[in-house]
Design a protein around this ligand. Sequence first.
Ligand SMILES: Cc1cc2nc3c(=O)[nH]c(=O)nc-3n(C[C@H](O)[C@H](O)[C@H](O)COP(=O)(O)OP(=O)(O)OC[C@H]3O[C@@H](n4cnc5c(N)ncnc54)[C@H](O)[C@@H]3O)c2cc1C
Length: 385
Amino acid sequence: MAYERDYPEIRDAVSKLCSQYPGEYWRELDRSNSYPSEFVKALNDNGYLSVLIPEEYGGSGLPLSAAAAILEEVQRSGGNGGACHAQMYTMGTLLRHGSDAQKQKYLPQIAAGELRLQAFGVTEPSSGTDTTRIRTTAVRDGDDYVVNGQKVFISRAEHSDLMVLLVRTTPREDCAKRTDGMSVLLVDMRDAVGNGLTINPIKTMMNHATTELFFDNLRVPVENLIGVEGKGFGCIIDGMNAERILIAAECIGDARWFIEKSANYARDREVFGRPIGQNQGVQFPIARNHVQTEAAALMVHQAAALYEQGKRPGAEANMAKMLASEASWAAADTCIQTHGGFGFTEEYDIERKFRETRLYQVAPISTNLILSFVATNELDLPRSF
Ligand SMILES: Cc1cc2nc3c(=O)[nH]c(=O)nc-3n(C[C@H](O)[C@H](O)[C@H](O)COP(=O)(O)OP(=O)(O)OC[C@H]3O[C@@H](n4cnc5c(N)ncnc54)[C@H](O)[C@@H]3O)c2cc1C
């Protein structure tokens, strides 16, 4: 492969670790709709999920691109980082906006693998992508906020101790800007479940441990407010940019997995007395996938580099996520086509990865909304909503 590999030692080590969790491991979890606890523990034990935590708090203090390299390798090995990627991107909100006291309290435990920060609660059933219309509220009562409302598609909530939660603290109509009046709370779910928080699993077409959440007078201590009350949207954006960049890196890993699988099969499979890959009708789509993936990877690097400079690279993070998810989806489609009937069988893992990578054109943000962001913010076209 021609592309430059950053963090080669980390990549090799992650790849080696992942080789202990082969296709059969993921297939079985997929069949039983179970969470990959052993795999996530192994990543944690080896410090990979705490690479972004500064060394003073027990992490390795590496930049976002190191986290991107780790998640890319997980996907590239045929695994699914969706089970644990949130620990890295929710960190964006806590690291940039958490108080010293909050960092002291939580980061060392997260770094030690004693606390899991795997849940990011933004989406609601009635607001959809229009985040400023969220209806989950937090009302101050003494030293607590009292939270009421509902969230949907909150992944890994059953496998996390902490959740970064976006709530409204001031009604939208009372705010000068629609993005004002929202706040971010760090919810300790160990205390919350059964005391105002109910978690219901949602079964989806891939194994993603997603859930719906109901808040009924859940009390969250005011000291768990991250950043400034009413200014939570800005805090959550930093987490979202990290999320888009890391998920883009996962899509690059997926794309590379599909491309390698397609090329290997096209070289080996003989029909009509020659390798199918000798036919340009078979090799060109794979070559096109490679071109798309390498171009998308450059955008992922660019977005990560800007993020690491402390900037808020909304456009680059969104463009990276769109390009990478389109590259992985195109490569997934080619992979099925290249394998003919075998592409549909469980044992090749292609149909599983095909289902898994499809998600990233909808979550964490859909392609239409990215195009809308780029049109209005980068090209100064009129807003459509
Ligand atoms: C498996 C899974 C896991 C998830 N995990 C999490 C999580 O952990 N935390 C979390 O907060 N959320 C999570 N989500 C939610 C995810 O981020 C949303 O599903 C996604 O942002 C899209 O929102 P929506 O489903 O409400 O779609 P909607 O906003 O209802 O949009 C539906 C469709 O309409 C299109 N559309 C809407 N408005 C416009 C417009 N103005 N112009 C053009 N097109 C438009 C969209 O592009 C989309 O294709 C998850 C979702 C899934 C499926």
